[in-house]
Design a protein around this ligand. Sequence first.
Ligand code: PNS
Length: 178
Amino acid sequence: MVYRSGVALLIALYPGSFDPITLGHLDIIERGCRLFELVIVVVLPNRSKSPLFSVEQRLGQIRPSISHLANAKVDSFEGLTVDYARQMKAGVVLRGLRVLSDFEKELQMAHVNATLAGELETVFLVTSTEYSFLSSSLVKEIASFGGPIHHLVPPHVALDIHKCYGKTFPPTKTESVQ
Ligand code: PNS
């Protein structure tokens, strides 16, 4: 194991709201698992968003989505990313970058975390091209209008979302005449 300032550099946190987890998130987790000894997916509060799913529901969606990855696990934390990182002795915060508009927020977050915990490195992975447009909000918007989301999220997550909006895809006869 490699250490710097007493923290294990090979443990990476992948923090986020994951409301819900998408195939874009999974892409980052799978690629992170090839780079780090352990990737901890951690569901954290984002005060600027009102979640559709409870933390327990999100954990329940993430767990089966990453069960094929031996070096990934999932957890939740009610507090700062840096405090959780210290608790887990993680040296890296892993984040995905999709488009230029992500950059400002991500850079700010990386700087804030660096001021709070200088020993923590933020590592960005560029999201794979096929998921560069994908966000949890977009998935929810499509589903809220009864559109298809099976190509954007794992199947069990698609079911949860459709249940939430009281819609199915393809629409049943009753839904399509509404
Ligand atoms: O998936 P998101 O919503 O872009 O993830 C943002 C998240 C949850 C990683 C961020 O809001 C966060 O780190 N929240 C925990 C509180 C914290 O540490 N705030 C200071 C850094 S912004």
